[in-house]
Design a protein around this ligand. Sequence first.
Ligand code: NI
Length: 156
Amino acid sequence: MSELSRFGISVEKGLLKSFDKLINQQGYANRSEAFRDLMRDALVKSQLENETETGNVIGSLTLVYDHHASDLNDKMNDLQHRHYHLVVSVTHVHISHDDCLEVIVLRGEVQEIKTLANSLLSLKGVKHGQLFVTLPSTEIVKPKTNSANNLNNIEK
Ligand code: NI
């Protein structure tokens, strides 16, 4: 782990009590680990929303779809072959007589991944699904100098 910084936070008692209850239920060993995860999540989301600062990302698209839907498998395969450079791997599970689940691991430019995910999610016969994208921790953007100054001003 890199060098640690310590800081204090002022927060309403009720909010802290609820937060502690939540992170305890989630299994966090302490507040610090919970805050680190919240901070990384906020930074990844911010970076992914800003196209100009986003390079390659990695993620997974999970889809549940109707095994009997006509041509759906062909359409899903066609889309993935058309964007083969984004597709790392595919895992298929037959979850019931009627339904299949697929987890598609994707790596590439975030907008291309979102476009492919939306194309797959909107196919007729796809019942449920969600895209998850993230960045290696080394690529999470460090605050810019002026942003850090703004944070200091907020604290005062
Ligand atoms: Ni299946």
